[in-house]
Write a protein of this length. Structure first.
Length: 623
């Protein structure tokens, strides 16, 4: 059915629509209370469309609709589809930061407090992300000083274990020695959760109650311990400097817009105090209004947020505000209200958040401009030092990685305009070379890369292949091989076979010495010069990229070899076990009963796995 015909049969029901280009790729995902009215509006009265919408409409060749029962279901489905397909024309939250989280392992009988780099869909309770690692570690120190939780690495506690040093100095409640019950330990964990949520006055009240009960029972030593904990928590409360007269929990969100980005800043107010903040950038924002950007940010941010307060202060009303409030209320389990602050303390704090967002945006553009100037200077210096015919706008660097000739991989990393361009990186699993032969491996990589590029160029000329589909058609202005004269000579043979005269240099392993084909003396760049630092970055990035892929292959090979030794464990069960437990180490720690609960497993196969790892452990202990 062509697009015109599809528009005539759209349902007048809530749902999600997916716009596709001529290649069938999803380029936009949207939600609608009425699919019929919303989708048709794109193709009517173009004078009301933004330039971004006009660009989208020109590329729509097909569409797909998914009908749901309510606007709420449409909103949730839209979130999932945007995350899955990352459409070109949707506003996207760009968060390339890897801030740490504090995790409490709630799935353990005696939970621990850990620092992790990402949230996982497990039973753990997460706090963060913490943009200030120093503040996070200070928080952890305070928690360890006040609450004697265990800090050992064991996921399971053996009650027959001898108490550790931390237990002897009062830093651990010693569950391994049976000195605290799971119920009392969990009560202490609940206090830690309240502490991390910023509800420290509740912690004090709870501790005061316990101190009073211990005193009435004439347990003065325990009462004194509670007293010390109360004093420590009060000191933390008194250190909080940013105050707010209203003691409710809320998030305050502000946006600032720029040429091609928007900056979002969020302040976390807990118990009337600003407990932290975070910032993000939004891409694909050309010609979008603040209310649309704000709505997209809130939808994507709170989809994965661990904590949602009862109040969210925003700078402008949202088109789907009631729907977003209903969705957040459903996720939180209690009422969530969003409103625009007009006066008083909330307005002053909102203005401060918006000011921070603008500062972040200005800093980004300033650094971007500075990087471009520095990259331009480095590229120009490189052109002069290497006597290149033109400024090397596109630089490609190749590296080979293997372990004694096994799992050999090649990498191609690309710098454009002096900056890394990860979208252009390519990996090559070596197919035709046996053993540790870097020369032959490089020749295979270059042969495959050049042949693919020439094929794409021919397809572009003859069949009109869209440029965006061409992955190798652009050849480099400068090609760098991570290696010495031998590697360089091997690559030069491949270039000669294709009659290509690309500028190619070998980069010595120990020093940033560049070798030209058929010349014995290296080109030595001045240390600390812009060109020198650029070459260093290129080589380090190529090495990192190759090593990362090689380790991934090696890890898969090791996992495969271990699990394949177990009778009755084939590819399907191996995949199911790894999906359920995440690693071989965790599979080895599971009981036979737990293993039998994994999809595809039965009692016999679970017993085989359990006994295999038990024997392996006994053998290692004997060794």
């Amino acid at each position: 059915m062509d697009l015109t015909a599809q528009l005539t049969v759209l349902p007048d029901k809530p749902g999600v629509y997916l716009m596709k280009d001529d290649q069938g790729k999803i380029i936009y995902v949207g939600k609608a209370t009425s699919l019929k009215q919303r989708v048709r509006s794109y193709f009517q009265n173009s004078k009301h469309h933004t330039p971004k919408e006009l660009s989208l409409i020109k590329k729509i060749h097909d569409l797909e609709t998914i009908v749901v029962d309510s606007p709420m279901e449409a909103l949730v489905l839209e979130c999932n589809l945007i995350k899955q397909h990352r459409p070109k024309y949707n506003i996207r939250l760009r968060d390339d930061k890897h801030y740490p989280y504090i995790k409490i392992t709630m799935d353990e009988s005696f939970p621990r407090v850990l620092v992790v780099r990402s949230m996982k869909p497990d039973k753990g309770k997460y706090f963060g992300p913490y943009t200030n690692s120093t503040a996070m570690h200070e928080t952890l120190k305070i928690i360890k000083d006040i609450f004697p939780l265990r800090s050992c690495r064991k996921e399971k506690v053996d009650p027959k274990t001898r108490a550790c040093l931390n237990a002897h100095i009062g830093k651990c409640a010693s569950p391994c020695a049976g000195k605290i019950s799971p119920e009392n330990y969990r009560a202490m964990v609940d206090q830690v959760i309240l502490f991390l949520e910023g509800r420290r006055l509740e912690v004090i009240k709870d501790l005061e109650k316990k101190m009073k009960e211990a005193s009435e029972d004439l347990n003065f030593e325990e009462a004194a311990r509670y007293r010390d904990q109360i004093q420590a928590v009060r000191q933390v409360v008194e250190k909080q400097k940013v105050e707010n007269k209203n003691s409710e929990d809320r998030d305050v969100v502000g946006l600032a817009t720029g040429r091609d980005l928007a900056s979002a800043v969020i302040f976390f107010v807990r118990g009337g105090k600003v407990m932290g903040r975070d910032h993000f950038f939004l891409t694909n924002v050309e010609h979008d209004q603040v209310d649309s950007l704000l709505g997209a940010f809130l939808q994507q941010y709170y989809e994965h947020a661990e904590e949602i307060p009862g109040e969210i202060v925003i700078q402008s009303p949202l088109p789907d505000q009631a729907l977003l409030e209903e969705w957040l209320t459903m996720k939180r389990g209690f009422k969530v209200h969003m409103h625009q602050a007009q006066r008083g303390d909330k307005k002053r704090l909102l203005d401060l958040v918006i000011k921070n967002a603008q500062i972040k945006l200005d800093q980004h553009y300033s650094l971007q401009s500075q990087r471009k100037e520095e990259a331009g200077a480095a590229l120009e210096q490189l052109r002069k030092e290497l006597h290149l015919p033109q400024t090397p706008h596109r630089i490609e660097c190749y590296d080979i990685s293997n372990t004694q000739g096994t799992n050999s991989v090649g990498s191609m990393i690309v710098f454009i305009g002096g900056e890394p361009c990860p979208a252009e990186y390519r990996r090559f699993k070596i197919k035709t070379v046996e053993g540790p032969n870097d020369f032959a491996s490089l020749q295979e990589v270059l042969r495959r890369r050049i042949q693919r590029g020439l094929d794409e160029r021919r397809e572009i000329r003859e069949a009109g292949l869209p440029l965006k589909e061409a992955k190798f058609a652009d050849f480099p202005d400068l090609m760098i091989i991570d290696g010495g004269k031998g590697q360089l000579s091997a690559v030069k043979e491949i270039l000669d076979q294709f009659a290509l005269s690309l500028p190619v240099f070998g980069l010595a392993k120990e020093f940033e010495h560049l070798f030209r084909p058929e010349e014995s003396e290296p080109i030595i760049l001045a240390a600390n010069s812009p060109a020198y630092y650029l070459i260093q970055r290129v080589r380090n990035e190529a090495h990192r990229f190759a090593i990362t892929y090689h380790r991934k292959l090696r890890s898969k090979e090791q996992v495969k070899s271990v699990l394949d030794e177990i009778p009755g464990i084939g590819p399907a069960r191996r995949k199911a076990l790894l999906k359920a437990y995440g690693s071989v180490e965790r599979i080895a720690q599971a009981s036979a009963e737990e293993l039998s609960m994994v999809e595809g497993m039965n009692r016999k196969s679970a017993a085989d796995v359990y006994l295999f790892f038990k024997k392996m452990k006994e053998k290692n202990d004997d060794d």
